[in-house]
Design a binder for this molecule. Sequence first.
Ligand code: HEC
Ligand code: HEC
Ligand code: HEC
Ligand code: HEC
Ligand code: HEC
Length: 215
Amino acid sequence: MFTPLYPRWSNTVFRVGLVLLVLGLASVVVVPMIYVRTTYNTNQFIQWDQPVQFDHRHHARDDGIECLYCHSSAERSANAGVPTTGVCMGCHSQVWNHSPLLELVRRSYFSGQPINWKRVNEVPDFVYFNHSVHVTQGIDCKNCHGDVSQMAHVMQVQPLTMGWCVDCHRRASRIRAPTEPIPRNAWEASVELFNPEPAEPRTITPLTTCTACHR
Ligand code: HEC
Ligand code: HEC
Ligand code: HEC
Ligand code: HEC
Ligand code: HEC
């Protein structure tokens, strides 16, 4: 009589093991692909703690201070920049000048030691991003940052991935040249510029070539 070397159930064990191995190998590839697309990886929607509880709602919405009053270099240079405490003290040497919430601001002003704000939106160093090329074309801050004037803590609302940049650049190379100045803070107006089928596509430097953003 022939006695099998392994019991019958070992076949099942082997098959199950094989399936698990294939799934395991597949997940090595698939899990990171899913992960990079999640908001964990892109840092979207995180409300970071800041050294001073600066609230855009009180300043940009309630007091109607313009974005460019504090982020003035957005129109002129690559970086939008965060205002120095001198800008804050322009008002806060008079308004709320004893508030404990502003203690750090006052200390920074008198010591010359800048406030160490936590950076919210950031692209890697190998990417060239420039605010002024976008802002002077009438692309409103809202297109890329959402409505900051409604945020208690600024958060990154867009993925800031390459796909996100290139997606707008594909549409942007078909933008019609603006015929009239675009009003500031007019998110709807700047969106209308992205006419999907303009009669005559505007020819500008291809914005999808690698060296536009990797130089
Ligand atoms: C009174 C000055 C002031 C005004 C006005 C203001 N901001 Fe700010 N903004 C700041 C300060 C200070 C920070 C850094 C602290 C923080 O992130 O909350 C900041 C941070 C930001 C950030 C995040 C920076 C990063 O690290 O990515 C964005 C985006 C931003 N502001 C956009 C805007 C927009 C859009 C407006 C107009 C609707 C605006 N700000 C109006 C002072 C101002
Ligand atoms: C143009 C004037 C102006 C400037 C510039 C300004 N503030 Fe204010 N800030 C105000 C006023 C007005 C209030 C009271 C707002 C309210 O309660 O509606 C205030 C309130 C505050 C408060 C306490 C209440 C709150 O809104 O959370 C903090 C903290 C503050 N500001 C931080 C800053 C910092 C930091 C800067 C510089 C980046 C700055 N402010 C620049 C006018 C200004
Ligand atoms: C086309 C998209 C786009 C537009 C429009 C835009 N931003 Fe930004 N913003 C970004 C990106 C991307 C970053 C991260 C840049 C980096 O890491 O170099 C950023 C960063 C910032 C920062 C952080 C500090 C800095 O200088 O990098 C501030 C503050 C800011 N933006 C404010 C503004 C304001 C205010 C406006 C409108 C006047 C505006 N942005 C318009 C995409 C945009
Ligand atoms: C909402 C649309 C939009 C988004 C999002 C956007 N861009 Fe742009 N970008 C434009 C437009 C429109 C222009 C062309 C401006 C002009 O006509 O000169 C431009 C121009 C540029 C230029 C100048 C190219 C040149 O050589 O003149 C660079 C660099 C650039 N973008 C980088 C980026 C990067 C990096 C990102 C993502 C982090 C990004 N942009 C996201 C619309 C966008
Ligand atoms: C409109 C701007 C833009 C253009 C055009 C562009 N890139 Fe990128 N690229 C980015 C941004 C932004 C990132 C960072 C993405 C991130 O952090 O998730 C990136 C990241 C990368 C990376 C790093 C891997 C990754 O995905 O994070 C490589 C490699 C790369 N780009 C290659 C290219 C090549 C090749 C081209 C031309 C076919 C190109 N890029 C065109 C904006 C651009």
